[in-house]
Design a protein around this ligand. Structure first.
Ligand code: DUC
Ligand code: ZN
Ligand code: ZN
Ligand code: ZN
Length: 473
């Protein structure tokens, strides 16, 4: 037989269509879409299941340097395994520059961390924390040419924050090179001011993490980033948008015709600031500490509006996994003294797709096609992977998730594959779950059982993003 694999009897769902058809796969790519595909070396019966493009999670942190006191709970092996178990076939983690060091040298280290480890294909976004002339004029253009065609900048954190001048410098390189800028929009000085005042008042519990980073702080930074982007005519993607305030800035930018894109995450439709209270303001609230912090139920409503109206192009996990009960995790010795030292981030690469399906599609808020766009197709388009990734079409990589729309599951640590020792969604009930994840024609995970191996995943050299073209290009 000239086909390696046939997926038969399922309903194929892409970002644009829902079609009853079979899929024929050869050499890791989709060779054939037809009413009936026969004569393959192996056949998978997908009757009763949805057949969708594998998830692409374009916002994932793995094995990222987290300072001297803290270790991330996932490297590329466990992180990619968890991603695959959650229906993903591609992840785009970050390669972070450490201030005072060469960006190129840091990226080389991340390549070494990932080499031979990932079960699924991966790319890298860069993080620029020290935009020296060498970084701006030599290293960034060379790294873009190497296929890392997007980078993130931070407007907060001592170790990462860029001044407005520096933001303008990197934005202008992005414009010239057609790289896509991702912006962490939270204002450094406001957070510092509020956190100092809270600590002085003895308010140090994890709950005050959220109080120190209110929506206004995110909105102000979003507006500032948008203004810088307009000044230079450079497209930007505002990541992890948490609520109405920042979202209104994005709407405003779009009405002005600006190329301002946005991402949101599961935490902003399911968690609230109250989760950080834990039990009577104890340390267990640290399990939910992430930035921007979860808001309130009104904000969740706002985010749903944005998801339905196309404000958001991508729905990513912002998987940033730490241990809870560990001296190198959320409860590090310093972390116990104040929210200021609790590492910011939560694990979620495995639960992203079930949460959006369950809360979105199963509850009638978005269509299955919109789900595919938000979890896969738009990530591929935005970050230079389309149409190799992100769709089911002849010639595309055979990256596929078989999805049981009716499967009920209770999310809990016990069934997950990540390195963290907890999930923020312990006990959360979902309808809709992945049954099998197929990456370039190979079964990576089947019914929660891992079939793939570290090293099966390859580094993806991404194209320039068509979304990064300036208005006046
Ligand atoms: N930003 C992220 O993107 N992830 C975790 C923490 C943060 O500040
Ligand atoms: Zn590279
Ligand atoms: Zn961020
Ligand atoms: Zn992140």
């Amino acid at each position: 037989p000239d086909l390696d694999l046939a997926i038969r009897g399922g309903t194929v769902v892409t970002a644009s269509d829902t079609i009853r058809c079979d899929i024929g796969i050869r050499n890791g790519r989709i060779a054939l879409l037809a009413e009936a595909v026969t004569g393959a070396a192996r056949t998978i019966d997908a009757s009763g299941l949805l057949v969708m493009p594998g998830g692409i999670d374009s916002h994932v942190h793995l094995d990222q340097d987290s300072g001297p006191d803290v270790t991330m709970a996932d490297g590329f092996e466990s992180g990619s395994r968890s991603a695959a178990a959650g229906g993903n076939t591609t992840i785009i983690p970050f390669a972070m520059q450490i201030k005072g060091r060469s960006l190129r040298a840091c990226v080389t280290e991340y390549h070494a961390k990932a080499e031979g480890q990932s079960l699924i294909d991966y790319g890298f976004h860069l993080i620029v924390s020290d935009p020296t002339p060498t970084v701006l004029n030599q290293e960034l253009p060379a790294l873009f040419a190497d296929g890392c065609t997007s980078f993130k900048v931070f407007m907060t954190y001592d170790d990462l924050v860029l001044t407005d001048r520096q933001l303008l410098e990197v934005f202008s390189v992005a414009r010239r090179e057609q790289a896509l800028v991702m912006v962490h929009a939270e204002g450094y000085d406001s957070i510092k001011f509020l956190a100092d005042r809270l600590e002085q008042a003895g308010k140090t519990a994890p709950y005050y993490h959220g109080v120190s980073r209110p929506e206004i702080v995110e909105r102000e930074a979003a507006h500032r980033a948008i203004s810088h982007a307009e000044l230079l005519d450079v497209p930007i993607m505002i990541v992890h948008v948490s609520g109405r305030e920042a979202m209104e800035q994005i709407r405003w930018a779009r009405q002005r015709g600006l190329k301002v894109y946005a991402e949101t995450c599961p935490q902003y439709i399911t968690l609230t600031a109250d989760d950080m209270k834990g039990l009577n303001m104890d340390m267990s609230g640290a399990k939910y500490v992430c930035s921007p912090p979860p808001r309130d139920t009104d904000s969740q409503k706002a985010i749903w509006e944005g998801l339905k109206q196309g404000v958001f192009q991508t729905f990513s996990s912002d998987h940033c996994p730490f241990f809870y009960d560990s001296p190198r995790g959320k409860l590090s010795p310093k972390g116990r003294t104040s929210f200021r030292w609790v590492p910011n981030g939560i694990p979620g690469v495995e639960t992203r797709m079930p949460i959006l399906w369950s809360e979105g599609v199963a509850k009638g808020r978005i269509s299955a096609n919109e789900f595919v766009a938000l979890t896969s197709t738009n990530h591929a388009k935005m970050y230079g992977l389309y149409p190799q990734k992100g769709t089911i079409a002849v010639g595309a990589d055979a990256d596929i998730v078989l999805w049981d729309a009716n499967r009920k599951e209770t999310l809990r640590q016990e069934i997950l594959h990540h390195g963290s020792d907890y999930t923020p969604w312990e006990g959360f009930e979902v309808t809709g779950y992945p049954v099998m994840t197929i990456a370039r024609g190979r079964t990576v995970v089947e019914e929660g059982k891992v079939r793939g191996s570290p090293g099966d995943g390859r580094f993806l050299k991404r194209d320039k993003s068509p979304y990064a073209l300036p208005l006046g290009a």
